[in-house]
Design a protein. Structure first.
Ligand SMILES: [Zn+2]
Length: 437
């Protein structure tokens, strides 16, 4: 088989694998397979061979058109998958950040016009073109951090027109950028101001107008809700998510972030695909998620950024057999970072996950949380050719060497879409300060 691209001589090729029992069950963390002197051969957008460099070279045909990349001394992994982001906002909220640092409470900030509602005002005033222009550099930053797929939520429009506008922006970004965006409808992010005294009317708007239109126009693959005290109650969440499920949109839930409110239990009850945050999940709810095969998406960056110091009990979840995923929760209010590797560091330090577990949690388990396990999240024959070459010798470095940008080259669907150094040397090795004129 002719290769269009061959990446060879990786010091470590590391990819998650799931055993036959773990494969369909949506339970268990899975394991890492580590290949020394690893290689991946690609034909167009698909992987055609994975293994040691001599083995892969034996199995494929190299032609004059094959692009050769020498990953000598470096780590190769699947492209990272961020299964929970809110990238469609217009203005940033650094003023609120400063107010919080100076000791203001979230309620005081909201009273001064801040919070989700300030993002809503800005998104409603922005055009699609302005929202796209604002989002593109954010997608660049995800890519530079080794992320090749993100789940992207709407949720700062909160009207029929502005939620549809946000989802159409996601659709257009998919065509404009190498990063793959998986759209989620989050009309139930907050009750907008104009419905504050008539929340029932907003819930009816979501169920009877927004959801059918989102479905009809194929603008989202999932429906999410912010189930929390003072936002959406358990009963309201059940009603909205079941209406979404009836239309064929699987459910996701922002659950048990600030309170132990039974939202994780609801995720199990209705068979949600994932439950997110879970900082205050109960032991009973961990069993419920396990039995229902719900993927927990943990967001340690939000806990860190809000300085809450109450992290999700990742170890207990892993011991109970859950397939834990991690994500950035990228958003302008409660977690302003596009760095999934930084989340891997926080997951190790604050939640006692091992470096291996954090890599699985941000690749294959993250893919499972957005129903992409068959196409992305691991390096295997037939899968989409999404991979990253990191400027480090082994996978532990991804969590250990924190807060800096370590991706050297990012390949999405078989195409090189980011290199830290513009040009390789004669051996195809990318070195900074060399040949980069
Ligand atoms: Zn979120």
């Amino acid at each position: 088989m002719e290769a269009t691209l061959l990446v060879k001589n990786a010091a470590q090729l590391v990819t998650p694998v799931r055993t036959l029992e773990e494969l369909p069950s949506r339970r268990g963390m899975g394991k890492l397979e580590i290949i020394t002197d690893g290689a991946v051969a690609i034909q167009h957008d698909k992987i055609i061979a994975v293994g040691t460099t001599p083995d892969v070279i034996k199995k494929i045909k190299i032609t004059p058109d094959t692009l050769l990349v020498n990953a000598n001394g470096r780590l190769m992994t699947p492209g990272l998958v961020d299964p929970h982001t809110h990238p469609i906002f217009y203005t940033t909220r650094e003023n609120e950040f400063e107010m919080r640092i100076q000791g203001k409470t979230y309620q005081e900030i909201a009273a001064a016009g801040g919070g989700i509602r300030s993002s809503v005002r800005a998104v409603r005033q922005a055009s699609q073109a302005e929202l796209i222009e604002a989002a593109l550099p954010r997608l660049n930053r995800f890519l530079e951090n080794g992320v090749t797929t993100i789940e992207a939520k709407s949720g700062y429009g909160l009207s029929l027109q502005d939620e549809i506008k946000s989802l159409q922006v996601i659709k257009q970004l998919n065509q404009l950028h190498s990063i793959e965006l998986v759209p989620t409808f989050l009309g139930a992010h907050e009750i907008p101001d104009e419905f504050r005294h008539n929340r029932r009317a907003y819930i009816d708007l979501i169920i009877h107008e927004m959801l059918p239109l989102v479905r009809e126009q194929h603008l989202a693959e999932f429906c999410d809700i912010f189930c929390e005290e003072h936002v959406f109650s358990i009963d309201e969440s059940r009603e909205i998510l079941m209406a979404a499920q009836k239309l064929g949109l699987p459910a996701k839930i922002h659950a048990n972030q600030l309170s132990s409110n039974g939202a994780a239990q609801l995720a199990g009850e209705i068979g949600a695909i994932s439950a997110e945050h879970l900082d205050r999940i109960t032991p009973e709810e961990i069993q419920i998620l396990r039995d229902a095969g719900v993927i927990p998406i943990l967001l340690p960056g939000a806990v860190f950024f809000l300085n809450l110091d109450h992290y999700a009990p990742a170890r207990k979840m892993i011991e109970a057999g859950l397939a834990v995923a991690i994500a950035t929760d990228y958003n302008p209010g409660t977690c302003m970072t596009e760095s999934l590797p930084l989340m891997m560091s926080l997951a190790c330090i604050k939640m006692r996950m091992t470096p291996a577990e954090t890599l699985i949690a941000s690749t294959l388990n993250a893919a499972m949380a957005i129903n992409r396990q068959d196409t992305i999240g691991s390096l295997a024959i037939g899968k989409q050719a999404d991979l990253v070459i990191w400027d480090v010798p082994n996978y532990q470095h991804l969590a250990y060497h924190f807060g800096v940008q370590l991706a050297e080259m990012v390949i999405k669907k078989g195409k090189v879409c980011y290199t830290k150094t513009p040009h390789p040397d004669e051996q195809g090795v990318f070195l900074r300060g060399k040949n980069n004129t």
